[in-house]
Design a protein around this ligand. Structure first.
Ligand code: NDP
Length: 392
């Protein structure tokens, strides 16, 4: 029986993870669940999965959950804040940590699991984008296994030789073909993009996801973050990765070998497939995902990304090239920009403008340690807020 901690259990990835686990109660036991403020959902999950611990990052929410649990038959212990998150990430009885908190907030608990040498199912791409080589070095040192859950990186991992592990140098591989759906605004006239609403941006054509990653998909910053993520996971550079817009989201990515063979991983766009892969690895387990109907899909299309429409892709590649804390600065500026857009403080097209302004204003520091990364993350957020207040 594997003991699982789910960081970000109330989110889209957390819910899909619990859905897969619920089909395999004989193999997986939920050790701990975490969330930020969603007390109601967390209480329901505790009732269904009976975890040893439930952690609410927000203290008031932890108090509210504690009261609900006290008045029930449940024996789950409630904890709060960073300390609670760390405890359930590194607990000696935990085998697998699903890292699915959204954004930089997921970095510290994910790192705690890395340092404790856990198997980590990595959905929280921002953690790796921010800390890159430090994250991978810490995993290597502690013997932590990093299994990518992002569907594209999971696809690439599945196309690698069976002996391949995250962080190993690539052998006999010409290039990685990273697929992207192009999001909801792939064909929207450029003149109309300025006026799009958060609701339109969050309406992804193929995937059902949290709001932040949905906006990232609409700007294609998601693909930019994934480009950086792929560089760290597969020890490569952007020169060996080519983004292919593939609107059907059936091929989740491809790997081209030296002999010209191109291996692709395909499937319905449903995160339960990569999650089941991570939980079951190196075996395969049932995910609940329906079979692919290629007769119905009938056509797969590919396009080059439009850089004018999607400047975030260029900004992400630039951040990777700059190195040091540049990716942390990019990520922080993006998180602030997306938040401001969702709260209608800036327009959709200003997301990229804001990120670029923040990157121009702050020089990234090289040979950064974790502290420097946290400092530059904070500096980028301050700068973004200031620029928003000044009207950009
Ligand atoms: P959601 O917004 O749906 O869920 C986020 C989860 O994180 C919730 O449990 C939320 O708790 C928790 N959370 C939010 N803020 C904090 C905080 N400050 N401290 C602690 N916990 C917090 O996100 P997704 O599930 O869509 O995405 C999660 C991660 O997975 C992201 O990094 C995303 O990029 C990645 N990913 C997601 C995919 C998807 O299909 N959704 C696909 C590939 C990658 P609460 O509910 O209480 O707010």
């Amino acid at each position: 029986m594997k003991q699982i901690t789910i960081l970000g259990a109330t989110g889209s990835i957390g819910l899909s993870t619990l859905d897969v686990i619920s089909e395999h109660r004989d193999k997986y036991s939920v050790f701990a669940l975490t969330a930020n403020t969603n007390v109601e959902e967390m209480y329901q999950q505790c009732a269904l999965f009976n975890p040893r611990y439930a952690v609410m990052s927000c203290n008031d929410s932890a108090v509210a959950l504690g009261k609900l649990i006290e008045n029930s038959e449940l024996e789950t212990e409630v904890m709060s804040g960073d300390e609670g998150l760390h405890r359930v990430s590194e607990h000696p009885e935990v085998d697998v940590v699903m890292a699915s908190i959204v954004g930089a907030a997921g970095l510290k608990p994910t790192l705690a699991a890395v340092h404790a040498g856990k198997r980590i199912l990595l959905a929280n791409k921002e953690a790796l984008v921010m800390t890159g080589s430090l994250f991978m070095a810490a995993a290597k040192k502690a013997g932590a296994e990093i299994l990518p859950i992002d569907s594209e990186h999971n696809a690439i991992y599945q196309c690698m030789p069976a002996t391949y592990r995250s962080g190993m140098p690539l052998k006999h591989i010409r290039r990685i073909l990273l697929t992207a759906s192009g999001g909801p605004f792939r064909n929207t006239p450029l003149s109309d993009i300025k006026g799009v609403t958060p609701e339109q941006a969050c309406k992804h054509p193929n995937w059902s996801m949290g709001r932040k990653i949905s906006v990232d998909s609409a700007t294609m910053m998601n693909k930019g973050l994934e480009l950086i993520e792929a560089c760290w996971l597969f020890d490569t550079t952007p020169d060996s990765i080519e983004v292919h817009v593939h609107p059907e989201s059936i091929i989740h990515s491809m790997v081209e070998y030296d002999d010209g063979s191109v291996l692709a991983q395909m499937g319905s766009p449903d995160m339960r497939t990569p999650i089941a892969y991570g939980l079951g690895w190196p075996d395969r387990i049932e995910s609940g995902v329906s079979s692919l109907d290629l007769f119905k899909i009938s056509q797969l299309n590919f396009e080059q990304p439009d850089e004018e429409r999607f400047p975030c892709l260029r900004l992400a590649a630039e951040a990777y090239r700059l190195g040091g804390t540049a990716c942390a600065i990019l990520n922080a500026a993006n998180e602030e920009a997306v938040d401001a857009f969702l709260n209608k403080k800036i327009r959709f097209d200003q997301i990229a403008t804001l990120i670029e302004r923040v990157m121009e204003s702050l020089a990234p520091r090289q040979q950064a340690d974790f502290d420097m990364i946290f400092e530059d993350d904070a500096a980028a957020r301050l700068m973004a807020v200031k620029l928003i207040e000044q009207g950009l």
